[in-house]
Design a protein around this ligand. Sequence first.
Ligand code: PA5
Length: 441
Amino acid sequence: MLKLDTNLLTFDLKNLIDSQTQELSKILKNLESRSADQHDWVGWLKLHENSETFTEIQEFADKIIESKNFENLVVLGIGGSALGPQALIQALKSPLWNELNHAERGEALKVYFIDNVDPDWANGILSHLNLEKTLFLTITKSGGTAETVSAFLWAKAALKTKVGHAWKEHFVIVTDPHKGALRKFADKEKIQNFAVPANVGGRFSVFSSVGLVALALVGIKIHKFQEGLIAAYKDLVESPDLNSNLAINLALALTHADTKLGKRINPLMPYSTHLARISDWYVQLVAESLGKNPQVGPTPIKAVGATDQHSQLQLFAEGPLDKIIFFLKVAQFKNNFAIPSEVVEGFADLAGESMARLIHAEGLGTAKALAKKGVPSLTIELPCINEQNLAYLLYAFELMTAIAGDIYGIDPFDQPGVELSKKYTYALLGKKGFEQYLKEI
Ligand code: PA5
């Protein structure tokens, strides 16, 4: 499905894989056996098996869309509870989706994300929406994240004022099946909700209800993601051929460049604006999963081609030689604008070309120029941007991260470093029980 080009790496990946086949197969088997454990964090490996979830969410979304009761979807969530659906919506929908009319959207909902506690930003969105036509999707696995819960409480109060008793019909909650304050609340108030499997954590949850509900409500047929996940599982987990395994190749490239070559800065650079937010999602996945040891671990960076050729490329090319770049190439764009062949003085080189040829040439040209400067890179090629290929790609990145965690000897599924900042925050707010942190500040 997806192709990998490693010609511009300065090291031989095949050799690396061949010299560790037993260890790598063991890592994959271990992940697979952990995926069945409800108390572990590897449930994401087999989300494609939850056909009922895909069907239930699709049916729910279809009903909402058909009802025409809602025009706007406001997603309240942060981190792993927002970045996945944001990335996939930007990848698959028109940049002007929210400007399209009902018919052009097929009655599917416009979508807005509130993933911060910036009051001006939240107000900028909410003060212009007709709340009577707005559905709030609150996503929080833990059910207690301050940023999300504060937005939820605000929206609940605003809705009560606007629509009275009907406020509950304006909410959908995605949270843990058993734990957390929001689970209790959803059950008690009988609010429409979907469970995130207990053994799936935030940044690995995009193909659970965390991503799927929003994606279905904007009119995406979510079973197509399931198809991509099934293909990825077959190729990347079940197949014994490690050399063609995208996740294994990526994990070895990343860890080898970091630990053996001192190249630990890892830009992900899609040559596509539609894929720009995939880089945001990737940065969180890699940073929060693998950033746990002062001695090792990649620092992921967001970049977009060709845009960042005019921003970060100078640094990549001639700055410290500490980078390994992952490029994403889209082989076939849906559109391809021809650059008119009429020759305007000074622009003859572009006449008769097409935008797709130009962006492909820019991507390859940049990769080659970087290789010449001693900057290794690899390119992952998507045949086109569609649900199946995106599911395959994101799954491969998740698996890459889990494998790299094993190679580094760290747990990629927790995030203890995030906790302390929450405690200081509550101390600064003067909350009981956090006094000792205030003294340390
Ligand atoms: O990847 C993670 O686990 C985190 O980034 C979480 O997604 C983020 O902290 C939000 O957590 P929650 O979904 O519990 O609100």
